[in-house]
Write a protein that binds this ligand. Structure first.
Ligand code: NCD
Ligand code: ZN
Length: 466
């Protein structure tokens, strides 16, 4: 099957220029001069559109299996497709979580049956309980090993405990102490894997929360209970372990100015440290809680305008190399609870691409930066760039076609997630994905799927370790 994409402007990290593309049997077969004649089975007219390497969201929690009252993989990947993503990386914290190679393969089969976009899988570090299994998960092709550092885990299900004070100590696995994190990083380093952590150091969180005599009532209390220093402390410790061991270390959902500075310093020192911005920290600040209410609760919390400015600077200077959604759905009844009791996490997989494209429309990001932040650097960081995120002959023919001026308004009821709610409801902007190609086949047009779901697993390549 040969698909010919004609008339568009190809955007890569190197720049934008008119080009046609030939896809054959799922791969990129040729980059062609505009208008160059070629035999094909199907043609896709991209006139007036920007053709990006398929967009990747490296941070999605689909809760499936086991927590499907909150979300399913079929729903989250349908949303991903509608929004303009061609690949997502699925976080491991379902029930059971992906904690060994056999569970990795099982999860790949289960998700492969329902996926609307291609997907990579994260593995999960539990601390001492699965140290010996981490190498096998890396070898199987996990995009990374994730430690939920700021969270205790339910002992029976390994589910995240969002409100630690409510849990009885016998029923939870405590997050590892700093030495435990070192042990995990060493194992991941030995396997040539990527280590990532939810960076909020448990001891700092506990000390901060103890300063609130009445507990968490206001949003200001939430910011006091989860201060930037908890993030900085975790990033600095794990960053030094990365420097020491040579382990690749990826910081997810950076939320604070001081964290950006800590990451930049570690990068300058030679650590293999990469970092992620998320749309909600780039678009919202603590002031938005007036409009959104307690449902804005996410860990780490959305902070001040000054923190937000530092995140944009971090994207501009390259300290932060990817943008993700951290799609972390909960049921509406859970998100209607008071701030202290409700679980942390917000929807985002379907709104990521339009929010980033709106930043491009406003001139905050250049098109080639968008290609890097949503495709090229994401694929390189997680070592899937032998297939994804790069416009190169032989790579998967994944493309997101963008109308850079198309106006949009987010209507939460139209989202594909199981519980269609969004803290961006009513937002409007410009720039939208109008079609997607996944492995050489048209998969989405105007936000609607084309054909049946046919997403497949992509395995990351471990680094060679000498
Ligand atoms: C995430 C979740 O609910 O799975 N919640 C969140 O507030 N971000 C976990 C995480 O990424 O920390
Ligand atoms: Zn997290």
């Amino acid at each position: 099957m040969r698909l010919h994409i004609t008339g568009g402007t190809l955007v890569t990290g190197a720049g934008a220029a008119p080009a046609d593309l030939l896809c054959e049997d799922g791969r990129i077969a040729a980059l062609l001069e505009p208008g160059q004649a070629v035999a094909a089975d199907e043609r896709l007219d991209a006139s007036g559109l920007l053709v990006f390497p398929g967009f990747i969201d490296p941070h999605v929690h689909s809760r499936d299996p086991g927590i499907t009252e909150k979300e399913t993989f079929a729903n989250s990947t349908a949303g991903a497709l509608a929004g303009g993503l061609t690949t997502i990386f699925e976080m491991p914290n379902a029930v059971p979580p992906v904690t060994d190679a056999a569970l990795f393969e099982r999860r790949a089969r289960e998700h492969g049956a329902v996926a609307s976009v291609d997907f990579g899988l994260w593995g999960q570090a539990l601390g001492e309980e699965n140290l010996d299994d981490l190498g096998g998960i890396v070898e199987a092709g996990a995009v990374g090993i994730k430690l939920f550092w700021g969270y205790a885990l339910d002992r029976a299900t390994k589910r995240l405990v969002y409100t630690y004070a409510d849990a009885s100590p016998d029923e939870v696995i405590q997050p590892p102490k700093v030495g435990g994190v070192y042990a995990i990083v060493q194992r991941v380093a030995a396997a040539g894997g990527l280590f990532s952590a939810h960076c909020e150091e448990r001891g700092v969180l506990a000390a901060a929360e103890a300063t609130l005599p009445h507990g968490i009532v206001s949003y200001a209390d939430l910011l006091t209970a989860r201060p930037a220093i908890a993030e900085v402390a975790a990033v600095t410790a794990a960053g030094e372990f990365s420097l020491d061991s040579g382990c690749r270390f990826h910081v997810v959902h950076v939320s604070a100015r001081r964290t950006v500075a800590a990451i930049a310093a570690l990068q300058a020192a030679g650590a293999k440290i990469t970092a992620e911005a998320c749309a909600h920290y780039l678009v919202l600040t603590d002031a938005d809680v007036e409009r959104v209410g307690p449902a804005m609760k996410v860990y780490p919390p959305i902070r001040t305008a000054d923190d937000q400015a530092a995140l944009w600077d971090g994207l501009a200077d390259g300290t932060l190399g990817t943008i993700a959604s951290d799609h972390a759905p909960h049921a509406p009844a859970e998100k209607a609870k008071p701030l202290a009791e409700q679980p942390a996490g917000i929807h985002g997989v379907e709104t990521l691409v339009p929010l980033v494209l709106d930043a491009m429309h406003r001139g905050r990001l250049r098109p080639e930066q968008v290609a890097r932040l949503l495709s090229e650097q994401t694929a390189a960081t997680f070592r899937v760039d032998h297939r994804k995120g790069r416009v190169r002959v032989g790579n998967d023919a994944d493309f997101t076609l963008v109308d850079p001026a198309r106006p949009w308004t987010i209507e939460q009821t139209k989202l594909h997630t199981l519980h269609p709610t969004s803290i961006f409801d009513g937002f409007s902007g410009h720039g939208a994905a109008v079609a997607s190609v996944i492995r050489g086949e048209l998969a989405m047009r105007d936000g609607e799927p084309v054909g049946a779901p046919r997403g497949a697993l992509v395995r990351a390549l471990p680094e060679e370790r000498g």
